[in-house]
Design a protein around this ligand. Structure first.
Ligand code: NAP
Length: 320
């Protein structure tokens, strides 16, 4: 099969196309023919060995994907050959024609969702769901800031929050991003690169019940001042350190919670996947794909995912 691989930690330009055997399915595994693979920032951290991520080599990048199950191990009863699925984790890398996965991370894909859309679900929508509901405990009527809403996780959070009847304020870094968010139905868009963009929300009356934060090392200090009493900041993204004043938390009985998809239990993943399935099938969730790439264009996708000016998901289309 064709796969993109890198022999050592290195830049995206070191990724090359290789021909390798199709992996052999173990008793507790499934083999998936990949229709499309999602590209997420974490793929670049693993490839380059940054942000505490490690890899074994040769490394085929990619956690996310969607496709068809072509083999099931002897002990697997929850999934069957021919089933359309998406996955949030796999054993061999999704930048390839086939990947092995454990059933706990593989979920049914509704018939109305294409493989390219399905490739956007694993990390972005699962993380968004867990951040919003599992960690920040958002409830109908809550006022929520999605701080960094133009990327894959941000847009998923916007769609889940609107579908749940939350009052959504969302931030963008570019005018195009702001227009994208307005098109998603966000009534109030703010610009996260403008100084004091949170000032109008920094009172107990105008603040947020929940902030879903995509760049905590830049924003956390100001976020705390924009919480209502009992407010929660869920840290999804962070690329450095920041000084905060804990008194802001005390004054509001507020909380900062961390979110790591890797800590989500199989039971929680299943529950989230069931809710996503229902909402996807009903048309309430619609992944936004900014760009699709051929498998050999993976280096471009790894470079693009870290550039400012996000406008949705980046996807490798294995069917072209
Ligand atoms: P992405 O598609 O690259 O989007 C990045 C987002 O960050 C964009 O919306 C971008 O907005 C925004 N951003 C840039 N500067 C910002 C600022 N000063 N304040 C607020 N937001 C800012 O990435 P993603 O897939 O959505 O992931 C977002 C972050 O969460 C990444 O750091 C990723 O590693 C992390 N993540 C964590 C988990 C977890 O389990 N904790 C899971 C998935 C992702 P503009 O481009 O419009 O400026």
């Amino acid at each position: 099969m064709k796969a993109m691989q890198i022999p050592h930690y290195g830049p995206a330009s070191d990724l090359t196309l290789v021909d390798v055997p199709i992996p052999t399915v173990g008793d507790d595994q499934v083999l998936i023919q990949i229709g499309a693979a999602g590209v997420n920032p974490v793929d670049t951290y693993v490839r380059s060995g940054t942000n505490n991520y490690t890899a074994t080599f040769p490394h085929t990048p990619g956690n996310d994907g969607a496709g068809t199950i072509v083999k099931v191990g002897a002990n697997v009863s929850s999934l069957s050959i021919g089933q359309r699925v998406y996955f949030s984790r796999n054993l061999t890398g999704s930048s390839a024609e086939f990947a092995l996965a454990l059933p706990d991370f593989v979920f049914p894909l509704p018939d109305n969702i294409s493989f390219t859309d399905g490739a956007c679900l694993g990390i972005p929508y699962t993380t968004a769901h867990r951040a919003l509901f599992g960690r920040a405990h958002a409830q109908t009527g809550d006022k929520v800031l999605i701080h960094g809403a133009t990327g894959a996780v941000g847009l998923a959070t916007v769609q889940l929050a609107l579908a749940a009847g939350l009052e959504v304020v969302a931030s963008a870094g570019t005018q195009e991003g702001a227009e994208l968010l307005e098109g998603q139905g966000v009534a109030q868009v703010i610009m996260h690169n403008q100084a004091d963009h949170l000032a109008p929300f920094q009172s107990l009356d105008t603040g947020f019940d929940v902030i879903i934060e995509m760049l905590a090392n830049i924003n956390l200090d100001q976020d705390l001042k924009a919480l209502k009493k009992g407010g929660r900041v869920a840290v999804v993204g962070n690329r450095g350190t920041i000084e905060i004043n804990p008194r802001e938390l005390m004054a509001r009985d507020a909380a900062i919670v961390g979110v790591a998809l890797a800590n989500t239990s199989p039971a929680q993943l299943k529950e989230i996947a069931q809710d996503l399935y229902y909402q996807l099938a009903a048309g309430a969730l619609n992944p936004v794909i900014r760009k699709t790439y051929a498998l050999t264009e993976l280096p471009n996708a790894h470079e693009d995912i870290l550039k400012p000016g996000a406008l949705g998901n980046l996807v490798i289309d294995l069917e072209v």
